[in-house]
Ligand binder design. Structure first.
Ligand SMILES: Cc1cc2nc3c(=O)[nH]c(=O)nc-3n(C[C@H](O)[C@H](O)[C@H](O)COP(=O)(O)OP(=O)(O)OC[C@H]3O[C@@H](n4cnc5c(N)ncnc54)[C@H](O)[C@@H]3O)c2cc1C
Length: 384
């Protein structure tokens, strides 16, 4: 594809990949979405199918067992899955944009050989940065890592960790030298089987209920020095740089969610009759649908542009923050409108839009709240 081509024009490879994910979402995922939302559990067989389809190692080079795809393809996968189930999409999002990409960028050859084939094949990853006392102020994290011979001993409690219930590998951020402030933060690759790591309470959430969000407790957890990702004290860079990319994935999730809500609203508006005709024939309803579609397209362009900038090796931090900020605010508005177009039944669990409305709320909170995105954008505007 030429660098100056339209953002939404897909290459043949991108189009085929998108079609495969869309088919999977429609045929395999959709029938289970409601039950998984109610139970708060993601089906193991579907997770297994993610691996089989190559969705858990999209950017991992083929030599490590991955698909050798692009970041843009990751964004397409997240968007397609989110149209049907935003919970499914965040599982794929965290795996690819936070865990795999951190390993690809910061991992030693030995670490890549040890972990990338597993992450491509059967191992889910988690990204453990947040704690009870450190969310937006992530670098105030209190988890400590004490050096002892050939290993570090990690102690602390991580909160809100996506994929933790299923994960076999955790990217854990801990401070090796609190006196040095954020420059003591270090990233560790911690296997679930390492003694001293325990997955704690699972949150009972408003939305994305099938995606697990748990506490991760580290009590004298011994991690070999060979499992430091990057170098000592560089963890803050690993965290910032992965989240900068991860945000684009959340933008894609919110864009897909909103498209899913619009598609349901379009279908219903054509069917539902009031005053003797389909409600889609009322200009008031048409205008709402037109506004929803326009907002979604705006978000999609921001997301695709940020992703294509990232693949081209160009700066994308501001664009990434903008796409996450805009797409998440937009998704909440669009999903809310979709509920209204369904009228009373939109407010019930018999139709899928109430779930999408609940799922939309998280977009403005995780991977940096809307205020944190505003702060990133403003910093760039003001040259700080
Ligand atoms: C479902 C879910 C999944 C998650 N998954 C993960 C995960 O996988 N890994 C992980 O590490 N974390 C994860 N998180 C944590 C998430 O990233 C944090 O919740 C988020 O960054 C906000 O932090 P907080 O909850 O501590 O809120 P706070 O930081 O306490 O913010 C509270 C409010 O204050 C505002 N605020 C705070 N500081 C400022 C400021 N300086 N200026 C203006 N406004 C401000 C915020 O915008 C927000 O509105 C997850 C959270 C949830 C709910």
């Amino acid at each position: 594809m030429s660098a100056s081509g339209p953002l939404t024009r897909l290459s043949e490879e991108e189009r085929l990949f998108q079609a495969v994910v869309a088919k999977f979402a429609r045929e395999r995922l959709a029938p289970h979405v409601r039950a998984m939302d109610e139970s708060g559990l993601f089906r193991k067989d579907l997770l297994h199918e993610f691996f089989e389809l190559g969705l858990m190692g999209i950017e991992i080079p083929e030599e490590y067992g991955g698909q050798g795809g692009s970041f843009f393809q990751t964004v397409l996968a997240i968007e397609e899955l989110a149209k049907v189930d935003p919970s499914a999409s965040v599982i794929v999002d965290v795996q690819n944009t936070l865990c795999n990409s951190a390993l690809l960028k910061w991992g030693s050859e030995d670490q890549k050989r040890r972990y990338l084939p597993r992450l491509s094949k059967d191992t889910t990853g988690s990204y453990a940065l947040s704690e009870a006392g450190s969310g937006s102020d992530a670098f105030a994290l209190a988890t400590r890592a004490f050096e002892e011979g050939d290993h570090f001993r990690l102690t602390g409690r991580k909160l809100w960790i996506t994929n933790a219930a299923e994960a076999g590998l955790f990217l854990v951020f801990a401070n090796v030298n609190p006196a040095a402030g954020y420059k003591g933060i270090t990233a560790f690759l911690v296997e679930r089987e390492f003694a001293g790591l325990e997955v704690g309470k699972k949150e009972d959430k408003l939305g994305i209920r099938a995606s697990s969000t748990c506490e991760v407790i580290l009590e004298d957890c011994k991690v070999p020095k060979t499992n430091i990702l990057g170098t000592l004290g560089q963890g803050y860079k690993v965290a910032i740089e992965t989240l900068n990319e991860g945000r684009i994935g959340i933008g894609a999730q919110m864009t897909g969610l909103a498209q899913g809500a619009l598609d349901h609203a379009l279908g219903y508006a054509r069917e539902r009759k009031q005053f003797g005709k389909p409600i889609a024939e009322f200009q008031g309803v048409q205008f709402q649908l037109a506004e929803m579609a326009t907002e979604i397209e705006g978000a999609r362009l921001l997301v695709y542009n940020a992703a294509r900038l990232r693949d081209a090796g160009l700066p994308f931090v501001t664009e990434g923050a903008m796409c996450k900020f805009f797409a998440s605010e937009m998704a909440e508005r669009v999903a809310s409108r979709a509920v209204e177009i369904f009228g009373g039944v939109g407010f019930t669990k018999d139709y899928p839009v109430e779930k999408l409305y609940r799922d939309a709320k998280i977009g403005r909170i995780y991977e940096g709240t809307s205020n944190m995105q505003r702060a990133t954008i403003a910093k760039q505007l003001l040259g700080r």
